[in-house]
Design a protein around this ligand. Structure first.
Ligand code: DON
Length: 584
């Protein structure tokens, strides 16, 4: 059976709503390449970019070659990605940046996450009967749109660490938008898979479909003059040109006039948007420091918890092909997810026991639950009782996360490192388009349910709150210096993708090309997802024998990584997507 047939079979094994969601989501990879032993490894001495599209990587590489900083290159990469990979990230979305500042020798994290509108209430996603809405009923339209953060993040980062004049960084994307770029097989496949959902609004239909209603085909040269105009305005006027004036008015009108699912975003939401400098979350693992994004992302805490539990076991001796390694990894992930769904949310609104969740004593105790030789039972895979700094307790939430998103990494010749995950949430976000870019549906990353067994849910909607994320841009430090920058899209599977790559790199000494390509095995909620059509399937029977329910699934990560080795830079792009690494 071919890889493709096995992958299709995997899709059939999903429940019907899961399968529909996956078909509609950004995980559908028309040019999928799984089961590869390794992705191509690109080497360079001075600088490098690894991103999800060759045109984006090229734009960033050219900025670096002209003497720009990693942050300058980030602006060029992001603005090109917003054009050529519009379904995944862009000006209408949000992002997290984990940055190693070589001058100051420290990690800084910037939170450019979308915020809930001031007029939003915890009942935003409940229907007339008080029941949670169907996911796509909530997503498509203005209700799901949060105040975008990506433009302000680019501006804030550039104010701090930029070298190239701001306006010059928009030129590559503006030129491509005016002259046209070639629609990739992946983008064409995703438009076709979306079908009518992408036709809900006129501006979006006009952009992604021909006059006869057929989806754009791969190879079509697509121009986006509206995007070029938007970029030109931001290039001249900076972030204020986006958060006020004509662009902001068009965003608000688009959201508030989106038919029966109109939203409540206002000009005041845009005018008041702030990027936040957050405390990085760093954990020690096998004498390395693994640093990432704290709340409102759950990424670094969940990865830190997994690693903290796994540190108690000799994964190196067990090896990557041993079902026992995957029992430990899978159940460590389930325990981390049980804590995540109860405790983690935007800490500007709800207290979260971050210190307690990452305490060695607590994780040692949780690791004790993995001492047996069978899969954890449902009763055991529940949230624990970390030490609390505040007196609050929360119910378990029910946030639905479906894939799109992009991750890129950049290293400049001074050794500054960008690890950035950027998103408009679902594939094609809210499906609303204005100014040549799509608006996010990030607000559906909140729990639709406000309470659970009488307790409020930490990740419930509240005005100006940021929805909990799984995005996990990561930088690993050795002796205080960056060793590896990595991250991935993939909704809540991001946490598993990144944690697995870290274990593979650190414990199994796998190469950067191997860690982005290796088959995925992820266990968040009990059933063990194995990547269909790959060697992961060989573990299906052994894992069943350990007591797991096993599901073969499409698992379309987009891991991009750069290793900063003694010999130079080594970068690789996930073969499941269209990205590349490029450097000099
Ligand atoms: O912030 C989050 O965790 C999600 N909105 C990210 C969505 C995502 O990664 C979809 N991926 N393929």
């Amino acid at each position: 059976m071919s890889t493709r047939t096995i992958a299709a079979l995997g899709l059939l094994l999903l429940s019907v709503p899961d399968a529909l969601a996956q078909q509609a989501s950004d995980t559908v990879a028309p040019e999928r390449a799984t089961g590869l032993a390794s992705a191509k490894v690109v080497t360079a001495k001075e600088h490098m970019v690894a991103a999800a599209h060759p045109l984006a990587a090229e734009a960033g590489e050219q900025v670096l070659a002209a003497g720009g900083s990693a942050i300058d290159a980030m602006v060029a990469v992001q603005t090109v990605l917003g054009l050529v990979e519009p379904q995944s990230s862009g000006l209408g979305g949000g992002a997290f940046l984990v940055y190693y500042d070589a001058g100051a020798k420290r990690i800084v994290t910037l939170d450019g996450r979308e915020t809930a509108p001031m007029e939003a209430t915890p009942k935003l996603f409940l229907d007339d009967k008080g029941e949670p809405m169907q996911f796509f009923d909530a997503v498509v339209g203005g209700r799901s749109v949060g105040t975008p953060g990506t433009v302000m993040l680019m501006q804030e980062a550039h104010n701090r660490w930029g070298r190239t004049p701001w306006k010059d960084l928009f030129a590559p994307a503006e030129k491509l938008a005016r002259d046209g770029f070639t629609v990739s097989p992946r983008l064409a496949g995703l438009i076709a898979a979306e079908g009518d959902r992408l036709k809900a609004f006129d501006a979006t239909t006009a952009y992604f479909f021909g006059a006869d209603g057929t989806p754009l085909k791969a190879g079509t040269v697509l121009k986006n003059p509206a995007y070029a105009e938007t970029l030109s305005a931001i290039a001249k006027g900076g972030a204020p040109a986006f958060y006020g004036g004509a662009i902001a008015e068009a965003i608000v009108d688009t959201v508030r006039m989106a038919g029966k699912n109109a939203g409540v975003l206002s000009l005041a939401d845009l005018a008041n948007y702030q990027v936040k400098v957050r405390q990085p979350v760093c954990v020690e693992y096998r004498a390395l420091e693994v640093c990432g994004m704290g709340p409102p992302s759950s990424g670094a805490v969940a990865i830190g918890q997994m690693l903290g539990m796994l540190e108690n076991f000799d994964l190196r001796a067990l090896g990557k092909d041993n079902p026992e390694s995957w029992r430990l990894i899978g159940d460590a992930q389930r325990l981390a997810f049980a804590d995540r769904e109860r405790y983690l949310a935007d800490t500007d609104f709800v207290p979260a026991p971050i210190k307690g969740l990452l305490a060695k004593s607590y994780l040692g105790e949780r690791a004790g639950l993995l001492d047996g030789d069978k899969a954890l039972g449902e009763d055991a895979a529940t949230s624990g009782k970390p030490e609390w700094d505040h007196a609050s307790n929360f119910g378990r939430d029910a946030a639905i996360e479906l894939p799109s998103t992009s991750h890129f990494v950049i290293v400049d010749k001074e050794g500054n490192v960008v690890s950035m995950t950027t998103t408009i949430e679902n594939g094609f976000g809210s499906r609303l388009m204005t100014g040549g870019f799509l608006l996010n549906n990030e607000i559906t990353d909140f729990s639709f349910k406000t309470h659970d067994e009488g307790l409020p849910v930490a990740n419930r909607v509240e005005p100006r709150k940021r929805p909990r994320s799984s995005m996990s841009p990561t930088i690993v430090l050795k002796d205080g210096k960056p060793l590896l920058a990595i991250g991935s899209p993939g909704g809540s599977q991001i946490i598993g993708y990144v944690a697995q790559a870290l274990v593979a790199y650190i414990d199994w000494e796998m190469d950067v090309g191997e860690i982005v390509a290796m088959p995925h095995l992820i266990n968040r909620f009990g059933p063990y997802d194995l990547e269909a059509g790959t060697d992961a399937e060989k573990l299906a029977e052994p894992l069943k024998a350990l007591g797991y329910e096993v599901k073969l699934s499409e698992m379309n990560s987009g891991l991009h990584a750069i290793e900063l080795s003694a010999e130079g830079l080594r970068g690789a792009a996930d073969p499941r997507r269209e990205g590349v690494a490029a450097g000099k």
